[in-house]
Each structure stands twice: as structure tokens, then as C-alpha cells.
Design a protein around this ligand. Structure first.
Ligand SMILES: [Cu+2]
Length: 74
């Protein structure tokens, strides 16, 4: 059974629809990611994913690889 998980990442530097699409595409490519939703105004990326296939480090890596900074700390 897949274990569904949802997490909201805070991300700096996303400013327009292009940024939104880039992040959604890059994170969405990871296997195990079910959905990606960028909120430009809030500066957040909500990701629904399967814990058994992908972890937060991989997701953060994809966001960083797209050229944006994940803001750490709760
Ligand atoms: Cu942009």
C-alpha cells in the first residue's frame, strides 16, 4: 500500500507563471510525486507524494535544481 503524504515547502524566488511551471514540472518528474501545487503569492509549494518512493530531500533537491531556494526551519 502506498503511504500518501503531503508537505508544504516554503520556497524563495518564484515570481511568475514561468517559475511556477518550472517548479511544478521539475518536482512532478520525480517518481512517487502525485501532485505539485505552487502558490506564488504565498511562496509555497505543496507536494503530495508517496513516502515509499520519494522523500523530502529528493523534493527539495528538485526545487533547488530548478534554481530556487527552499527555506528551512519551521
Ligand atoms: Cu518566473
Amino acid at each position: 500500500m502506498p503511504i500518501p503524504q503531503s508537505k508544504v515547502f516554503r520556497v524563495a524566488g518564484m515570481q511568475c507563471q514561468h517559475c511556477k511551471k518550472t517548479v511544478e514540472d521539475m518536482v512532478g518528474k520525480l517518481s512517487g510525486v502525485e501532485s505539485v501545487n505552487v502558490d506564488l503569492e504565498a511562496g509555497t509549494v505543496e507536494v503530495k507524494y508517496n513516502l515509499e518512493q520519494v522523500d523530502t530531500e529528493a523534493i527539495e533537491g528538485a526545487i533547488a535544481g530548478a534554481g530556487y531556494d527552499v527555506i528551512k526551519g519551521d
